[in-house]
Design a protein around this ligand. Structure first.
Ligand SMILES: CC(C)(COP(=O)(O)OP(=O)(O)OC[C@H]1O[C@@H](n2cnc3c(N)ncnc32)[C@H](O)[C@@H]1OP(=O)(O)O)[C@@H](O)C(=O)NCCC(=O)NCCS
Length: 92
C-alpha cells in the first residue's frame, strides 16, 4: 500500500526562513536585479530584457534607474488594449 506521508512544516523552519536580513523579503528591487544580473552574466548573457505596463510609471522609472532603456511600446502586446513597454539593459 502506498504511503501518503507528507512532511509538515514546523514553527522553527518557518520562523528562521523569514527572519534573516538576507532573505528575499528583505531585499530591494535593485538587490534582486543585481543578483539576477550576476547569474545571467555567469551564464554568458550580455542583454537583459523586461516588460512592464505604460501606466506603471514607477516601474519604468525604477528600470531606467537600473540602466534599462526603452526599446519600444507595443500596442496590444498582452491582448486587445493591453500595451506594454519593452525595456533592455546591456550588461558590461
Ligand atoms: C518597482 C519596484 C520593484 C522597485 O523596488 P524597490 O525595492 O522599491 O526599488 P529600490 O529601492 O531597489 O530602488 C532602486 C532605484 O530605483 C529608484 N526607484 C524605485 N522606485 C521608483 C519609483 N517609483 N520612481 C522613481 N524611482 C524609483 C530608487 O529611488 C532607487 O534609486 P537609487 O539607486 O538612486 O537610490 C517596487 O516598487 C514594486 O514592487 N512595485 C510594485 C510592483 C511593480 O510595479 N513591479 C514591476 C512590474 S514590471
Amino acid at each position: 500500500m502506498a504511503s501518503s506521508h507528507r512532511p509538515i512544516p514546523t514553527r522553527r523552519t518557518s520562523t528562521s526562513s523569514a527572519s534573516g536580513p538576507t532573505t528575499a523579503a528583505a531585499a530591494s528591487g535593485r538587490d534582486l536585479y543585481e543578483r539576477f544580473f550576476g547569474t545571467v552574466r555567469a551564464a554568458g548573457r550580455d542583454v537583459v530584457r523586461c516588460v512592464t505596463g505604460p501606466v506603471n510609471e514607477g516601474s519604468i522609472a525604477f528600470h531606467r534607474r537600473l540602466g534599462f532603456e526603452i526599446e519600444a511600446e507595443v500596442a496590444d502586446y498582452d491582448g486587445a488594449g493591453e500595451a506594454r513597454v519593452l525595456l533592455r539593459k546591456r550588461l558590461s
